[in-house]
Design a protein around this ligand. Sequence first.
Ligand code: GN1
Ligand code: MG
Length: 385
Amino acid sequence: MSDELAKVNGGAYNLPGSTVDPVRLGFPSLLAAFGKTAPVIAARELRAGNINTTYLALLEGGEKLILQRINRNVFKQPEMIMSNIRRVTARLRGKLPRDAPDAARRVLSFIQKPDGSMIEWDPSGEPWRCYSYVEGATAYNAAVKPEHLCETGRAFGAFQRDLADFPIDTLHETIEGFHDTPKRFGVFIAAVEADRVGRRAAASREIAMVRDREPLASKIVNQLNDGSLPMRVTHNDTKINNVLIDDITDEAVCVIDLDTVMPGSSLYDFGDMIRFGASTAAEDEPDVSKIALDMGKFEQFTKGFIAETRGFLDDRELLAQPLGCLVITYELAMRFLTDYLDGDRYFRVWGPEHNLIRARAQLRLLEDMESKYDAMVKYILDNIR
Ligand code: GN1
Ligand code: MG
């Protein structure tokens, strides 16, 4: 993890992130559109995420707000996202205990404009949204205490459970075929064949590894299609840094980044949580010898996940979860490699090799997960009896 991405405290107001000029970025008029007219005292960019651009604004009077520019290349219809988020956050809020002491911190609160919409288009045609900053909690790129793992597992498990009775057919598919791994395999093959920017030769080993595993791509989709796995409302981006952890109690406070909440499989969420959080190294670690699946971390995540989902997920679905780890790690390897071959058009990169490094890291992790697959299943089996 780079220091920049880790929690950085700094600035006169002890705000995270790096200082930006709010006027140059047009914050006063964006905030005014959301009915927030107090002057901006300080603004920082939070360097989190590979897609959207996120800022924290401190207003006179002390209110802290997040302003986020939605990446339109990725999310073609921002209104759809906000329609999903509006209803999902309302449902999650409804599931909080009546006496929850810090209810306002437990679910993200998006600010509505006077006309009720939650998007403001800036003069250059970019969509922005605004939500309350959750005080006293941190999004960690890697767990700094062991309890963060179990808490994260709990948070994502509870998220699915709380949305189990959500009318799934009313959710928009914000990115079509997001976890349609066979379709992504097709896109990958097309990128290999097109070789748009002449990088194919540099990635020949990784391309072969992805090709060799093609049967893995359809393992979950087939079970969703034949009904052996149920469709659920899933988060679809369950990185550990998408759960805010309380700075004092170390408990999970709030699940964030709801852009990809869509119909999906529980295996996607479990798999992506393990892929990102239970690795011994960062998602883009260049030294593959440092990358493995940490079974101790796996067990902590799984313990939390099972605690919240038992009963709601039956034993069969719980025991299928490790397949999600393989498929999602494979899918990410494929997505990073596709973007490398396409010339870095999707993910934010720090240089021309970044996507290749990411793909290589995912493939190394996948190999290690393959060797630990039985151990993952065994842990679940031992803990649901
Ligand atoms: C993107 O931007 P961020 O970090 O929330 C991506 C995820 C990937 C992730 C890999 C909409 O998420 O699917 O798993 O990068 N989000 C989208 O780090 O494509
Ligand atoms: Mg995301």
